[in-house]
Design a binder for this molecule. Structure first.
Ligand code: ZN
Length: 287
């Protein structure tokens, strides 16, 4: 495929990412204020005025309005466009990785039996993988941004990730005709949960939150083995690098509570990217 054929596909993936980011900002705000996620119109959190459609265009509205509400002029928090941009990029990344045919761990490494039956176009090598990693991106962003904002782990996206991972492993065992194929991934996820639980227990919740163990477990299950191990090691490196820099620039103190889930999500995405790059270099498939 050449660039001209690629552009519309990349644009659609980016648009879906931006739209899910936009939905996510609203959903997180409503969870925060104890409201329902799916009902009611979007409002300015400050002046409560209903937003028109042209105030809801991801990124563009923020830039056009110079980051302020059109009615009351209250500054729109920066994390709104940040979530939208993150998911836009994540979904484009997932699509490019998928379309390059390097589709990743664990679940659908072999083409789904579904794909030939649906006669999917040849340039979509694994629509299931795209949906899979798109969903991982959305849940990961929800967990990371909520933890950054409130130092709390949202249970819904965490358990959604774990359920998705469990489903993928069940599929894999079914395709392989044996549960032995999924033992390493499940054992690694259990060991990772144990490690984080211990860190929480031994530090009496100061070094690590109890929710971080759930997030680490859910991500490990979703990305499989050995990616999960790579992801956790990278998460600690990212966390340590941030801690050293933040201390050096006096942004935090020794006893500050720093959210860890964003580093776990970042580690997971870095691990997926490494697998893709390695597959491109070596011409192999997956982990
Ligand atoms: Zn307003």
């Amino acid at each position: 495929m050449n660039a001209a054929e690629w552009m519309p596909i990349v644009a659609v993936a980016g648009a879906i990412g931006l739209a899910s980011g936009s939905f996510l900002t609203v959903a997180l705000d409503r969870v925060d204020s104890g409201g329902t996620i799916l009902r009611g119109r979007s409002r300015c959190p400050s002046c409560k005025k209903s937003l028109r459609w042209y105030e809801l265009v991801p990124l563009a509205s923020f830039m056009w309005q110079r980051g302020r509400c059109r009615s009351c002029g209250t500054a729109i928090p920066l994390w709104y466009p940040a979530i939208e941009a993150t998911l836009g990029l994540a979904l484009v990344g997932v699509l490019v990785a998928g379309a390059l045919g390097t589709l990743l761990p664990p679940p659908f490494r072999d083409p789904l039996p579904l794909s030939p039956a649906l006669e999917l176009p040849a340039f979509i090598p694994g629509i299931a993988d795209l949906l899979y990693y798109g969903f991982v991106a959305v849940c990961g962003a929800a967990i990371a941004f909520y933890d950054l904002r409130r130092l709390l782990i949202l249970p819904q996206p965490t358990w959604a990730l774990a359920a998705l991972g469990a489903f993928a492993h069940a599929m894999r065992a079914y395709q392989a005709g044996s549960v032995i194929a999924i033992v390493p991934a499940v054992a690694a996820a259990a060991a990772i949960f144990g490690l984080f639980w211990l860190l929480w227990f031994l530090s009496r919740g100061r070094g690590m939150g109890r929710g971080d163990a759930d997030v680490a477990f859910a991500l490990a299950l979703a990305i499989g083995f050995p990616g999960s191990i790579v992801a956790i090691i990278l998460a600690f490196w990212f966390g340590a690098a941030y801690g050293i820099l933040a201390l050096a620039f006096r942004r935090i103190r020794w006893k500050s509570e720093v959210p860890f889930a964003p580093f776990l999500v970042l580690g997971a995405y870095a691990a997926i990217t490494i697998a893709t790059t390695a597959a491109l270099w070596t011409g192999t498939y997956g982990w």
